[in-house]
Design a protein around this ligand. Structure first.
Ligand code: NAD
Length: 480
């Protein structure tokens, strides 16, 4: 496969090859697109040693904080300059639409701008202890932050953690996903061009169970930031317990939107389109369940079906309404869950199968009703363009249904009565609730889960405080 374009790992300030290369497919065709150096345990050790040297040298922390502001702003500028080129790669390797791919790099740049604004404002407090004492707290970086990234939004999830970590003065080793690892390399290019100190960022693409697991267990790891599936997250947490390594965990979801009787259905349908068909539903905070007041059920089912029929299906590069899933494995998993839902007695009102006649990984937009609340399709994350619509009769029932899974990432309420919408929102279990627009919020708003969705918060001002630890210094002033 010598003719394929090659991508590399970024270790200790240098682009590094490997003895073996990992093939990356184009999900729209199922054909090989490019390849990337497959990191070894030795590469992981080299990256960790480089990050440790960066931390110990004080290259990020002995400078005035304004220097970190400059670096982060420069990274944002470089990402913007690379966006067109990088978005093309992301769309081809991931299947996502070119517009979403561009949006991911725009959002990545925004993370660096946003946390640049905080890098010189990480201020401690002074604590009064009476005469004879001075006491203050300061926020110190964790040290070497290991960040493990999934395949659904690789650059923006990487930037979401990398930007606050650098703002706070941590050195970072990023583990990219095995599927869709290419476009993340452009973030390293941006860091390199911005003149970050050597070792401040390192990027490794390697097998999760080998390189990822090694980083998690590494003696130099001071923090683990994980975004990915529940099963992997639980494995990481068990391993992290060995050294009591602090973790930020962003895992899956089975998020529900509640449609009250007087909801504006135009708002609802626009949010269904964004909530479950955006990125082919491969979104941790996807709206995978729509809980509808029984009086609006028929109308909602009809309008959602019309929406699915209006979606064009095609390669991401052509910007269709529905793009392929990232891999054959993901398509097989999504299709399997749909088949089991039908066996369990659910009614599939549209879709339910892969798109035939193509070698790409396309799944039909799919909608289920008549779903048992204890069934797999109601309880477990699908991570594809698959929506469950379920009726409720009372607000209490809607809240119980929404809260009735092991997850708790986001939720939504659609209602023209803001008082009831707000009351419902307060009762919903999750880190973020959207009222009248799914995905309202942004880089500025804290995000994270409860239950099996994980813990810790990313984004917003609060996100930065996941990358520091508090130190208190208490001074006895003799003679006072
Ligand atoms: P995954 O858990 O399979 O992999 C995620 C990352 O973990 C990859 O980089 C993988 O190589 C690595 N990994 C695998 N085994 C490991 C191990 N033993 N030790 C260390 N690292 C290991 O998840 P995925 O399939 O890439 O992503 C989809 C999942 O991610 C979904 O469940 C989705 O909900 C979740 N997700 C959550 C958020 C969030 O912010 N809450 C965002 C995006 C995706």
């Amino acid at each position: 496969m010598g003719s394929l374009e090659r991508f590399y790992n970024y270790i200790d300030g240098a682009w590094t090859g490997s003895e073996t290369y990992r093939m990356v497919d184009d999900p729209a065709t199922g054909q090989p697109y490019a390849e990337i150096a497959d990191a070894s345990i030795g590469d992981a050790d080299a990256a960790m040693a480089s990050a440790r040297r960066c931390v110990d040298s004080g290259a990020l922390t002995s400078v005035r904080p304004a220097q970190r502001v400059s670096w982060l702003l420069a990274i944002a500028r470089e990402i913007k300059a690379l966006t067109e080129e990088a978005a093309l790669v992301l769309s081809r390797e991931n299947g996502k639409s070119l517009d979403i791919a561009r949006g991911e790099f725009e959002e990545s740049a925004r993370y660096f701008e946003y946390y640049a604004g905080m890098a010189d404002k990480i201020e401690g407090t002074s604590i009064p202890l009476g005469n004879g004492y001075v006491d203050f707290t300061s926020y110190e970086p964790m040290g070497v932050s290991v960040q493990i990234v999934p395949w659904n939004f690789p650059p923006s999830i990487c930037a979401r953690s990398l930007a606050p970590a650098l703002a706070a003065g941590n050195a970072v080793v990023v583990k990219s996903p095995e599927v869709s690892p290419l476009a993340m390399t452009f973030l390293m290019t941006a860091c390199e061009r911005a003149g970050l100190p050597r070792g401040a960022v390192n990027l490794l693409c390697g097998a999760g169970a080998v390189v990822g697991a090694h980083l998690v267990e590494h003696a130099e790891t001071n923090q683990i930031v994980f975004t990915g599936s529940v099963a992997t997250g639980q494995r990481i947490l068990r391993a992290a317990a060995e050294r009591a390594t602090p973790c930020v965990m962003e895992m899956g979801g089975k998020s529900a939107a509640i449609v009250h009787a007087d909801a504006d259905l135009d708002q609802v349908i626009a949010s269904v389109e964004a909530g479950i068909f955006f990125n082919a539903g491969q979104v941790c905070s996807a709206m995978s369940r729509l809980l509808v007041h029984r009086s609006r059920m028929e109308e909602v089912c009809q309008r959602v079906t019309e929406l699915t029929e209006s979606l064009s299906i095609g390669a991401g590069i052509t910007n269709p309404g529905l793009t392929p899933l990232v891999s054959e494995a993901q398509l097989t998993q999504v299709e399997g869950m749909c088949r089991r839902a039908i066996v369990e007695g659910a009614t599939c009102i549209t879709g339910g199968e892969r798109v035939s006649g193509t070698s790409g990984y396309f799944m039909q937009p799919t909608v289920f009703t008549d779903v048992a609340v204890d069934s797999e399709i109601f309880q477990q994350e699908v991570f594809g363009p698959v929506l469950v619509i379920h009726a409720f009769d009372s607000e209490d029932e809607a809240v119980a249904l929404a809260n009735g899974t092991a997850f708790g990432l986001v939720a939504g309420v659609f209602d023209q009565h803001l008082d009831r919408a707000l009351r419902t929102a307060r009762r919903l279990r999750g880190g973020q609730v959207f009222i009248n627009e799914w995905f309202a919020g942004g880089v500025e708003t804290p995000f994270g889960g409860v239950g099996l969705s994980g813990y810790g918060r990313e984004k917003g001002q609060q996100g930065l405080y996941g990358y520091v630890q508090t130190k208190n210094i208490a001074i006895r002033i003799a003679g006072e």
